[in-house]
Design a protein around this ligand. Structure first.
Ligand SMILES: Nc1ncnc2c1ncn2[C@@H]1O[C@H](COP(=O)(O)OP(=O)(O)OP(=O)(O)O)[C@@H](O)[C@H]1O
Ligand SMILES: [Zn+2]
Length: 819
């Protein structure tokens, strides 16, 4: 045995660094950086790891173990990816294992606690299974579900992971997941002249004669003939045909008589494979100019910020640029904030590039993820589109990374480590691969705007809408005044109401925005003022009328709505605040005829709920769409000329240093959904404080002014982009222990910081979630400090704290550049 070679292996553990295993001669024959291996860890555990590096430095302090098995012949992780993971672990102060866990699909990463289930009950080629595979297969037939740990008991430790991997590859078993909802495409009815009589004059004349006493049917049939002659290859929907003057029952009768045929055709947005490719739009003069400027800037700068007003055709410019990059043999990564709400853009891109587009859907299951990983590795795509996690796919030869709607806060990962900012990491990955990055937005984030103005990025403006349509006319509605003058029905001012009536009369569709979900966020007792709170979190419960429940938006806790106040027993419970659900009810009351739909997380539960709603909206099966900020993300609907904002106030009064920036962005974006085709759009924003500066700037589209006001304040108080923020979040079920730990860490850190730059510990506005108390410490890193040194210091002091038993159980999350 040759023990002079060792491999460093990345494991999905919350521990620093990589782990050393010794290599045998035969290991050395097959080992490649980026390959998967099955290894033991600790006394009992099995993991799938990835080979990080090979060396000859024998560890002095402990005895190494060997590798159980190699799971791949070739590497499935690229060297750039490993470098990228390390960069992230370093920057975001977490372990390489934390990054690996999040970046690598779980279906490729079996470990002791992973469960698999049988998907083929009667496997036909049983004789082809090896003994171990057969034993696991038999066990699964009895139990359906088995963990890697249990498989190791049935066969042995060494073979457990490789055996399960083989069974997965053969499609016999699958990682256990909740059963995924299948998308049932919408079936549309189409109508055509019956094939039996088409082109058969005799048969046709016979039918026509038989209709002599049914004039309407005869006319409809003749009309259909005319349409088919004019547009021979265009399928005609029954619904469209009916709009041209006939009725559903006439079409039905004609079908019964064998004159026409009603047939079905799937109109799916998700499954685009059969759609024909379309030519890329010719850019306008202005757009071409912008494209040329982008390319010129790229020759000197790695990153360019495209600041183009809503509906200026940024997407069209991206498409043209992508085409040019692909022609040179390079690949493109196109990042979007939330793929589920941006089906429209995916559709537009697929229309031009067809099969060579890979789409990462945040609701993809594990098996779909693996497929995308493998196809990217095999360079089967020219373009891959997806949300921030798409950054982790195994790309080669990227030429361009586009970050669309770069200001969107959903680029930041907040629920799982690493807490990375997808936009920033896009630039890192792009530069590692010698590619260029294009950031695009109608309302750039203040950081990107500042960097561009400082000359770090190229900066290009596009100030006119496609077709030279004017930006929507935005007016404010004073809710105080409306209330006083009794010009308010529920929460809808009469100006807003009349505008909606006008729009509906003209057969236009309306988009309304309200920043809160639920019915009326808070239930309050009229006698004692008590408000029901979540038993697990320090927040009031939100009232949802549809389910008649009170729900916690933090931990998911739900209870039936009480009839009496739990505190004093009074039956006079009142609702306070305003959510989308309530607006929906109010609208239904004011516009009983209108078809109203709602778009928020509660209404969008299923896997393809957004897609379905967007489809219905595009088909004009919806008159009024009310929703939360989901509505704002890049929607491009032709039939919307008017947008209304129900109440802008909660956006303005949010206790966060980014509140004004976000409010400006959100209101500008939502306004931008109006008037994108022919006429100038209109927007009404209702608010109790119409004099507010941010609102005033929104109505005049004064981005520059807004940002320079905000920059001024940020500079005064050391906020980004003038300082970097690192937030330490402490969590524990015992409040006293939590506070002590946080205070202790602050004491250790204090000597290194100016007092203005080390703030807290302080409980956030929601100080307890899911029975864990929370407290935050905020560190501001000034430009004259090295962020890396500060991070090292933080790591060191946290490690020091963890050596003391009393503090060890407190969870400390380091969030670099929190949002
Ligand atoms: N050169 C062009 N030829 C044809 N249609 C165009 C052209 N440029 C833009 N359009 C159309 O104008 C509409 C708005 O363009 P697009 O969606 O690309 O704008 P955008 O700048 O990405 O907007 P937003 O920031 O609001 O998402 C789209 O329907 C698009 O197809
Ligand atoms: Zn809760």
């Amino acid at each position: 045995m040759n023990t002079s070679y060792f491999a460093e292996i990345i494991l999905p553990l919350n521990l620093e660094g990589t782990f050393t295993y010794h290599l045998t001669d035969s290991d050395l024959q097959q080992i490649k950086i980026g390959q998967r291996v099955a290894v033991p860890f600790g006394t009992q555990k099995l993991y799938t790891g990835v080979i990080h590096s090979i060396h000859q430095n024998k560890p002095e302090l402990y005895k190494t173990k060997g590798i159980y098995a190699f799971l791949d012949d070739e590497a499935i992780v690229t060297p750039t990816q490993i470098k990228f993971w390390e960069w992230i672990a370093n920057y975001y102060v977490c372990s390489l294992g934390d990054v690996f866990r999040n970046a690598f699909p779980s279906a490729l990463k079996l470990e002791s606690q992973t469960f698999v289930r049988l998907i083929i009950d009667n496997y036909e080629k049983i004789e082809e299974l090896n003994d171990n595979e057969f034993l696991v297969y038999e066990a699964l037939k009895l139990r359906q579900l088995i963990s890697v740990e249990e498989a190791a008991l049935i066969i042995d430790d060494k073979s457990a992971i490789p055996t399960l991997k083989l069974l997965i590859d053969k499609g016999i078993i699958q990682l256990d997941e909740k059963i995924q909802e299948k998308y049932t495409p919408k079936i549309e009815n189409y109508v055509r002249i019956h094939p039996n009589i088409k082109g058969n004059d005799a048969a046709f004349i016979q039918i026509l004669d038989s209709l002599n006493r049914a004039q309407k049917q005869r006319e409809a049939l003749l009309q259909l003939i005319t349409i088919e002659t004019q547009k021979p290859n265009e399928p005609l929907k029954v619904s469209e045909f009916v709009k041209m003057g006939t009725t559903n029952s006439i079409v039905k009768t004609l079908a019964e008589k064998g004159a026409v045929e009603i047939y079905q055709h799937q109109t799916s947005r998700v499954d685009e494979t059969e759609t024909e490719k379309e030519e890329i739009h010719q850019l306008t003069l202005k757009q071409t100019e912008v494209l040329e400027k982008i390319k010129a800037e790229f020759s000197a700068k790695q990153t360019v910020l495209l600041h183009g007003v809503t509906s200026s055709g940024k997407t069209e410019i991206y498409i043209k640029l992508m085409e040019q990059v692909i022609k040179k043999g390079n690949k493109v990564l196109y990042l979007l904030p939330e793929i589920s709400v941006t089906t429209q853009i995916v559709h537009r891109i697929k229309k031009h590039f067809g099969e060579r587009v890979g789409v990462y859907h945040s609701k993809f299951n594990q098996n779909e993820r693996v497929e995308l990983w493998k196809k990217t590795l095999n360079v089967e795509f020219d373009i891959v589109i997806g949300p921030r996690t798409t950054l982790f796919l195994p790309f080669t030869s990227l030429g361009l990374v586009i970050v669309d709607e770069e200001h969107e806060s959903s680029y930041k990962q907040i629920d799982t480590k690493p807490f990375f900012q997808g936009r920033d990491m896009a630039m890192v990955l792009s530069s590692m691969m010698n590619a260029k990055t294009l950031l695009g937005s109608a309302t750039p984030s203040i950081e990107s705007y500042y960097n561009a103005r400082q000359g770090k990025y190229g900066y290009i403006e596009l100030n006119e809408r496609f077709g030279n349509i004017k930006l929507p006319d935005i007016k404010l509605v004073d809710l105080k005044k409306a209330q006083k003058e009794k010009e308010l029905t529920h929460d809808i001012s009469h100006i807003l109401r009349d505008e909606i009536i006008e729009q509906l009369k003209e057969k236009k569709q309306v988009i309304l925005f309200q920043n809160r979900r639920g019915y009326a966020p808070i239930l309050e007792c009229n006698s004692c003022g008590n408000t029901p709170e979540c038993p697990n979190c320090d927040v009031s419960l939100t009232y949802h009328k549809f389910s008649n429940q009170l729900k916690c938006h933090y931990c998911g806790y739900a209870q039936a709505k009480p009839n009496r106040c739990v505190s004093c027993g009074s039956v006079e419970l009142n609702t306070k605040g305003l959510g989308t659900e309530q607006i929906e009810h109010q609208l239904q009351d004011i516009f009983p005829e209108a078809r109203i739909r709602r778009m928020d997380v509660d209404a969008m539960r299923g896997k393809f709920a957004y897609e379905k709603l967007i489809e219905d909206f595009e088909n004009h099966e919806v008159d009024i769409l009310i929703g939360t900020q989901m509505l704002t993300k890049g929607f491009d609907f032709g039939n919307v000329n008017f947008v209304g904002v129900i109440r802008a106030d909660s956006l303005l009064n949010f206790p966060d240093f980014r509140a004004h920036e976000k409010a400006f962005q959100l209101l500008t974006q939502v306004s931008g959904r109006a008037g994108r085709r022919e006429d100038q759009g209109k927007v009404l924003i209702q608010s109790y404080q119409p004099e507010h500066l941010v609102l005033q700037n929104v109505t005049t589209y004064n981005y520059q002014k807004t940002m320079s006001d905000i920059l001024y304040e940020r500079k005064e108080f050391y906020y980004p982009p003038f300082a970097r923020i690192i937030k330490l979040r402490f969590k524990h079920k015992n409040k006293e222990r939590l506070d002590k730990t946080a205070e202790q860490l602050v004491k250790l850190l204090k000597p290194n910081f100016d007092s203005r730059c080390l703030l807290g510990p302080e409980a956030p506005s929601v100080g307890r979630i899911n029975n864990l108390y929370i407290t935050d410490v905020m560190i501001k890193v000034l430009p004259n400090q090295s962020p890396m040194k500060v991070k090292q210091l933080i790591r060191k002091e946290i490690d020091r704290l963890c050596t003391i038993a009393a503090y060890r159980s407190v969870r400390i999350d380091v969030d670099v550049d929190p949002m």
